[in-house]
Design a protein around this ligand. Sequence first.
Ligand SMILES: Cc1cc2nc3c(=O)[nH]c(=O)nc-3n(C[C@H](O)[C@H](O)[C@H](O)COP(=O)(O)OP(=O)(O)OC[C@H]3O[C@@H](n4cnc5c(N)ncnc54)[C@H](O)[C@@H]3O)c2cc1C
Length: 165
Amino acid sequence: MPQLSIWEKESFFVPQDVIIIGSGFVGLWSALHIKLLNPSYKITILEKGIIPTGASTRNAGFSCFGSPSELLHDATTMGEDKMWQLVAMRYKGLMEIQKYFTSGEIGYDANGGFECFSRLSPDWEECQQKLGWLNAGMEKLTGIPNTFAVADEKLLKWVLTVWII
Ligand SMILES: Cc1cc2nc3c(=O)[nH]c(=O)nc-3n(C[C@H](O)[C@H](O)[C@H](O)COP(=O)(O)OP(=O)(O)OC[C@H]3O[C@@H](n4cnc5c(N)ncnc54)[C@H](O)[C@@H]3O)c2cc1C
């Protein structure tokens, strides 16, 4: 080991209270919350890349808690209770982000989102049948009624837009 400078000793090699591996969203939010709970803690975040190289810098940027078909798929694979727990965590996470950043700072626009189905798709049948159940569950979590709705009228506009483009 080469001899260390005083700066290296006092920065890189000083004993840490917490070491977080990975500087994606989870690592950075964890560091922030640990620091808020324990302001005196020394925290180091280790990142294997020169820049973060995981999903957080590659995602599409949608702030979503799950589309109808995604939630129904999750309910089938993980069970209804776990699916709602996951939705609640996602929703709480989105609210949390807004405590720290203004919409302008993070370019947040509450535009809603759309899922497109073919009329022949079994997913469409299921989503249509269970829309009321999904909305009731969402309202329990958010207090907002009718989170999801059928929006057939948008299709014509989108088809025309695609044709014009
Ligand atoms: C293509 C794509 C699109 C997505 N779109 C959306 C979206 O629109 N909306 C949405 O909400 N979510 C989206 N997601 C999901 C979301 O981006 C991830 O759930 C989230 O970024 C995960 O964060 P993370 O911190 O757990 O992981 P990551 O962001 O992957 O962070 C892990 C970090 O750990 C580092 N690391 C790994 N191993 C080591 C090691 N051994 N030592 C040191 N560092 C290490 C990696 O380099 C990386 O920087 C998308 C994901 C992908 C891949």
